[in-house]
Design a protein around this ligand. Structure first.
Ligand SMILES: [Zn+2]
Ligand SMILES: [Zn+2]
Ligand SMILES: [Zn+2]
Length: 777
């Protein structure tokens, strides 16, 4: 059904695509595929809108990159699926001026010509790790101010030699106005440092000794494009375990860098969309299913059927990987949740005791930019962490209020700023738990304000009074501060990037967000209207014994859910792994807390429901990283095919309808005792959640249904929700270029302010203060 529906894709291609026959090429390809729509050029790049079925549009996307004019080069290739217009023909439209806002490009993976040069012994850039050209190389990580010109980049400290300067000034040269242009004579160079910061070797020898150190099982800190990586041999279990211990990162999967696509294909299953992503100028980490070959260290991603994989994306990485000829772990150079290191002196201090040696260089990194993470879901790309290659490209929004800064939420923080009808979303900053992370947050805000010359009039923040980001907003003077409810922001974020106008049903499911009624929200069904939102339904609430502690311990949530379902004595439960997971003392304490409601806030969290089920079926009692139990529950559904779902109830309540999972929990306990395989229970649980969405959508009655929140990083849940909603006649929308998790909150906050201002201008009804929710009438 999905594939026969007409869809529209909007594409923005940036790079050397003007004056090289790109528009006629797109036109011919569109004619051949019988697409409708248009193509035009402006100062920002080539813009395309094309309509066809999803399958044909995917072919179109893949063929643009494969068959593009030989002299063109794509620096960034953005695309978004939106509703069809529909168009009746395909045409080349008149060029427009485009937005006047100066645009900073993201960093671009090394192009094939530069790759050829660094491996050509006769080339003057042979084995030079800082080779780049107009088509590739650093951008966002070296720019200090606009306009983007060498004196305003961190390359200003290097004076071009006569040969580089000649290339730079020659309009016919591939390096014409390539701001980071450099060569071994005049550009940056590498050094290998020992753990005290003393120089051990330099130049090519540093690179060779780095490779030798990795092969010998050492942990090497490598200064790259947007910060440091920590690298170890991916087949050396002892080295990977050592890295985990030193980095204090218990179970969270490590990303891998492979020397070539060929080697990736040996270890993982790669479909054409995923291959496009791996080789794209963005070159993100792509989540791929593991393949047959299994000689990687077990500790890389324990119990995880996916591998996070990327290809080398700078000449330094290409040279190092050519030397190594084997995959390496390439994880952010930091301690657990702190921001990634960017300065070598800082790295020596912060990575002390973690890295054995440091491969550094003297090209300053102006701002930290992590590797992006992307997953293909429902046949489209879904960005889970938006950083290198994507940031700071803007998202176009209808009716964006100007001069708004949004400070995002608490976890996976990213900030955003509106300039004209564009919203610039910052690179991923991280969880604002530590002092360094908060410092990075303040720095990114200052950086954005300066780069874009923002005259901030309004700051949007989360409704949670204790988020550091909220406290930051409240401290600012001479600006309006607007607090936006978390799940409303999630829904608006998804609507903004899909260009969906209200009314719509927003299904915002995540771990937690501040609810305006003294409960923690997280399983929300919000009717999004012109002026605000109405909570039409939510998951039945339950207590979280110990608050934050319950987030780390699914067994606590399970105990609470079981008591809600079966009553305090739990006689009916029989012997369950979760009940054996507590000492008698722990049980007494928790039972007491739950009975009296001490430090046990009520929540409607969908994320916690995943935790509870993972615990009840004996999968996980205590998490080693955020979201682990839910992730493992999703993995169990792998290769299970069932449409069966459990029963549940929909009850009227005074605060929207309550979706009651108690029947489902009873059935799950029965299945556990009936020795139903865990994978089948997990699939039935997912299916039940999807049926809850369908039932709520039917009772709400809005055709458009928007899926947002961290739960929609789950592929099984998202794909099944899309399929079932479509079968029932709804139009589902999900995220694409903006993460469904809290990394997308800032965009939703900008959208909330825009909606307020837009409505007050039109004087159409009352302006709903988004810091309060409308009571259901
Ligand atoms: Zn190049
Ligand atoms: Zn030079
Ligand atoms: Zn959230």
């Amino acid at each position: 059904m999905a594939s026969s529906q007409l869809q529209r894709v909007r594409i923005v291609i940036r790079g050397a695509v003007q004056g090289v026959g790109f528009r006629p090429f797109i036109y011919r390809l569109a004619e051949e595929l019988n697409l409708k729509g248009w193509v035009l050029n402006n100062t920002q790049g080539v813009f395309v809108e094309a309509e066809a079925t999803a399958d044909v549009l995917r072919q179109f996307l893949l063929r643009i990159e494969r068959e593009k004019p030989a002299i063109s080069f794509i620096q960034s290739f953005e695309h978004n699926f939106v509703d069809p217009v529909p168009y009746d023909k395909f045409e080349i439209r008149e060029s427009t001026d485009g937005a006047k806002t100066a645009l900073i490009l993201p960093d671009i993976a090394t192009c094939s010509e530069c790759q050829r040069e660094i491996f050509d012994p006769t080339n003057r850039r042979y084995r030079y790790p800082f080779t780049n050209c107009t088509n590739c190389g650093p951008r966002f990580t070296i720019v200090e101010a606009l306009p983007y010109d060498r004196p305003r980049t961190s390359m200003r400290i290097f004076k071009m030699c006569p040969e580089c300067s000649a290339e730079y000034h020659n309009p016919r040269d591939r390096r014409f106005h390539a701001q980071p242009n450099a060569c071994p004579k005049c550009g940056p160079h590498m050094e290998l440092w020992d753990e005290t910061g003393a120089v051990a070797s330099s130049g090519d020898e540093a690179l060779q000794r780095t490779a030798a150190a990795i092969k010998a099982g050492m942990i090497v800190a490598v200064k790259g494009l947007g910060g440091f990586h920590l690298m170890v041999d991916a087949s050396n279990e002892a080295a990977v375990v050592r890295l985990r211990q030193r980095k204090r990162r218990e179970g969270k999967p490590f990303a891998l860098m492979f020397p070539s696509l060929q080697e990736i294909v040996e270890h993982a299953i790669v479909d054409p969309m995923e291959e496009r992503l791996l080789r794209s100028p963005e070159a993100p980490i792509v989540l791929l299913r593991r393949g047959i070959r299994d000689d990687l260290a077990a500790s890389i991603a324990p119990g995880n059927p996916y591998l996070g994989v990327m290809l080398p994306y700078t000449p330094l990485h290409h040279l190092l990987m050519r030397e190594l000829r084997m995959p390496v772990v390439a994880t952010s150079g930091n301690v657990s949740d702190e921001p990634i290191c960017i300065h070598e002196q800082e790295a020596i201090l912060r990575l002390q005791g973690i890295a054995d040696v440091f491969l550094v260089h003297n090209r300053p990194i102006v701002r930290h930019v992590d590797d992006s993470v992307v997953r293909v879901m429902a046949g489209r790309e879904l960005v889970l962490r938006r950083a290198r290659g994507f940031a700071p490209l803007p998202v176009l929004v209808d009716n964006a209020a100007p001069d708004v800064i949004a400070v995002g939420a608490h976890q996976k923080n990213a900030v955003a700023a509106s300039v004209g009808n564009q919203v610039f979303i910052s690179q991923h900053i991280g969880d604002l738990e530590t002092v360094p992370a908060y410092g990075a947050f303040e720095q990114v805000l200052a950086d954005f304000t300066e780069l874009y010359g923002l005259q901030t009039k309004t700051i949007a923040c989360d409704l949670h009074p204790e988020y550091f980001s909220t406290q930051y907003a409240r401290k600012q003077s001479r600006v309006d501060v607007v607090a936006v409810q978390h799940h409303y922001a999630h829904a608006l974020s998804c609507m903004a990037e899909n260009q969906v106008a209200p009314p719509a049903l927003g299904i915002s499911w995540d771990g937690s967000g501040y609810g305006p009624n003294e409960t923690v929200w997280g399983g929300e069904f919000l009717r999004i209207t012109q002026t605000g939102f109405e909570r039409v339904a939510h998951l039945r609430t339950f207590r979280l014994p110990g608050g934050e502690k319950a987030v780390k311990e699914p067994r606590r949530v399970a105990l609470s859910i079981l008591r809600e379902t079966f009553g305090a004595d739990l006689d009916e439960c029989g012997e369950l792994a979760v009940l054996l997971a507590f000492t008698a003392k722990e049980r007494r304490l928790l039972d007491g807390m739950l009975e009296r409601g001490i430090r046990s806030p009520r929540t409607s969290s969908a994320g916690r429901l995943f935790d509870a089920v993972a615990s009840i079926i004996g999968l996980r009692q205590v998490c080693r990283f955020e979201g682990q139990a839910a992730m493992e529950l999703e993995f169990l559904t792998h290769k299970i095919e069932t449409d069966a779902a459990y029963d549940f109830d929909l009850n009227d309540g005074e605060d929207g309808r309550g979706i009651d999972w108690a029947q489902m929990v009873r059935a799950i306990v029965r299945d556990v005792h009936g020795d139903v395989p865990a994978g089948v229970i997990a699939a039935r649980f997912h299916n039940t959640l999807v049926e809850m969405m369908v039932r709520a959508a039917k009772s709400c009655g809005e055709e458009k249904v928007v899926l947002s929140g961290g739960c929609f990083q789950n592929r099984y849940l998202t794909e099944r929700a899309i399929q079932r909603l479509r079968e029932e006649g709804f139009r589902p929308y999900w995220h694409q270029r903006v993460p469904p998790n809290d990394g997308g909150i800032a965009l939703g906050q900008v959208a909330a302010v825009s909606r307020m201002k837009f409505n007050s201008k039109k004087e159409e009804g009352p302006v709903v203060c988004v810091s309060q929710f409308q009571e259901r009438s």
